[in-house]
Ligand binder design. Structure first.
Ligand SMILES: [Zn+2]
Length: 229
């Protein structure tokens, strides 16, 4: 199949929750622009939505392209690299250890934001890194509910599915900033933590909250930090 530079890259991590667990894939290299490679498909998450860009490699025989970040510019997903190598195809691999920590933190953020919302604090900003993250609430909450420390122990499964904009239930999704979704997007990717949280999200998530493991939470007012031990 021939790709033009105007076509967008297929985002494999959006294919169900399982898509977040794809660690490597064969790719075609479409071009190099703005300091990085454009691929026909990728499992690497680009920087945005409160989640950092992934790191990894494109490998082919002796050749190795090191990717230090992934960003989106317009419709194009750019795999930033200092290595200029003339390759047409290769195997894309993500730095999994780092990425898995980000998935833990991002999934934890969903759960925490839901509990904080029930306490009267709406998440207006959030950002996660490998092993650390924070949310900023619109107002301080009186207490961190006990259940917020139990997200991992509860072992809640996650699922991802698409809804058309008309089928969105504003009540179910009220803890998410749906106004932030671009009007041009008609099919919305929903991520649900069973019995805890439903949110529109294009990030990467765990299959089950038990994978988060042990974590800490620190409340410093409107800003609440959390991280892995
Ligand atoms: Zn998410």
């Amino acid at each position: 199949m021939k790709h033009s530079l105007n076509e967008s890259t297929e985002l494999l991590y959006l294919k169900g929750i399982e898509g977040s667990y794809i660690r490597e894939t064969e790719v075609s290299i479409i071009g190099y622009e703005n300091g990085g490679y454009i691929l026909d498909r990728t499992m690497m998450h680009y920087q945005g939505g409160g989640q950092p860009g992934d790191k990894g490699f494109i490998l082919s025989g002796e050749e190795r392209i090191r990717i230090y970040n992934v960003v989106k510019k317009g419709r194009k997903v750019i795999h930033l690299s200092m290595d200029k190598v003339d390759l047409k195809k290769g195997k894309l691999t993500v730095n999994w250890e780092r990425r898995y920590k980000i998935m833990k933190m991002h999934t934890l953020q969903h759960g925490l934001s839901s509990y904080f919302f029930n306490e009267g604090g709406m998440t207006v900003e959030s950002e996660v890194f490998p092993g650390y993250g924070y949310v900023v609430l619109d107002k301080e909450i009186k207490r961190i509910p006990e259940e917020a420390y139990e997200i991992s122990r509860k072992a809640l499964p996650l699922k991802r599915y698409d809804l058309s904009r008309g089928d969105l239930d504003p009540d179910t999704l009220k803890r998410c900033n749906l106004e932030k979704l671009p009007k041009s997007i008609n099919t919305i990717s929903i991520v649900e933590i069973q019995g805890l949280d439903i949110c529109a999200c294009a990030g990467t998530h765990l299959l089950n909250t038990k994978e988060i493991g042990d974590y800490w939470i620190r409340n410093t007012g409107k800003k609440i930090e959390f991280g892995l031990f």
